[in-house]
Design a protein around this ligand. Structure first.
Ligand code: NDP
Length: 278
């Protein structure tokens, strides 16, 4: 028996990147799945990819729309229950950094950008959680939030609003985990470091610039000690672990850091102490 056989999962932001890889993995492992995002073409590609791996079309529910819209949030829950009669797993993955309209970074980022970023990365998670809880309570289900190592405790000075939203999300994961375990629902998060996805394209970065940036990271033991940058599939595996009650039942309100060692090093490690001694 496949590990998510008879389970029903909603994965937000599954038209691309980490969400798409997670939806594919869940479906391959037997889950019936609701996929969603704003880009209908990418969503169709994700659906095709799922079906290519032998999953019947009837196991896939597609909702096109903006996760910050109340009607889309409602449709995600309602269409899943209408089609599959239950919800076992909610992965709150949709999100990302949003560029300030004036191109400002750090403390100069606008309040409009703050609202937009928090709305996407934090408020949509609160609403989706609230709407899913009555269904997850019936199935003793699981929630996995997709946060980031940008949540702290180290600073992320350029992407101030993004890091604030992920810091808030981590506290929400802890708070909701304690609230909801009373109903038998587990909540955890994954906190990835750098992952190759559509995120830089979504930010408007030209391909050659993001490739240059990734190469700097890969080639520096002070940025990513593992010396490689993760693929979305590697994060999907961790999400599946946290969503799988047989594997992780005693893990509650945890932030699982997946970053190739990035958060273990500081600028001080850039000093070659052995060289100084000579
Ligand atoms: P991608 O840009 O590849 O995917 C983002 C997904 O979120 C897409 O499916 C996109 O769909 C969806 N999305 C974004 N905004 C909205 C919106 N307003 N309404 C509905 N869907 C939306 O990025 P990643 O896979 O990298 O990002 C997934 C999560 O991982 C995010 O929460 C991000 O913060 C987090 N993360 C990513 C890291 C990385 O290095 N890549 C590192 C740490 C955390 P569409 O465009 O179709 O709307």
């Amino acid at each position: 028996m496949k590990r998510f056989e008879d389970k029903v999962a909603i994965v937000t932001g599954s038209s691309n990147g980490i969400g798409r890889a997670t939806a594919i993995l869940f479906a391959q492992e037997g889950a019936k799945i609701t996929i969603t995002g704003r880009n209908s073409q990418r969503l169709e590609e994700a659906k095709q990819e799922i079906q290519k791996s032998g999953v019947p079309e009837a196991h896939v529910n597609v909702v096109v729309g903006d996760i910050t819209s109340n009607s889309v949030q409602e449709e995600l829950i309602q269409s899943t229950v209408d089609k599959f009669a239950r919800i076992d797993i909610l992965v709150n993955n949709a999100g990302g950094a949003i560029l300030d309209k004036m191109g400002n970074l750090g403390v100069n980022q606008s309040l409009d950008n703050f609202d937009e970023t928090l709305n996407l990365n934090m408020k949509s998670v609160i609403v989706m959680t609230q709407k899913a809880v009555p269904h997850l309570e019936k199935t003793k289900g699981d929630i996995v939030n997709v946060s980031s190592i940008a949540s702290g405790p180290r600073s992320v000075p350029d992407f101030n609003n993004y890091s604030l939203s992920k810091a808030a999300l981590d506290q929400y994961t802890r708070n909701s985990a304690i609230n909801l375990i009373e109903k038998g629902i587990r909540v955890n998060s994954v906190n990835p470091g750098v992952v190759v996805t559509g995120a830089s394209e979504a930010l408007g970065l030209p391909k050659e610039i993001s490739e240059k940036y990734l190469n700097v990271l890969r080639n520096s033991k002070h940025c990513v000690p593992a010396r490689f940058v993760a693929k979305a599939e590697q994060i999907a595996q961790a999400i599946a672990f946290l969503a799988d009650r047989n594997m992780s039942s005693y893990i509650i309100g945890h932030q699982l850091v997946i970053d190739g060692g990035t958060t273990l090093v500081t600028g001080m490690n850039a000093t070659n102490f052995a060289e100084l001694m000579n």
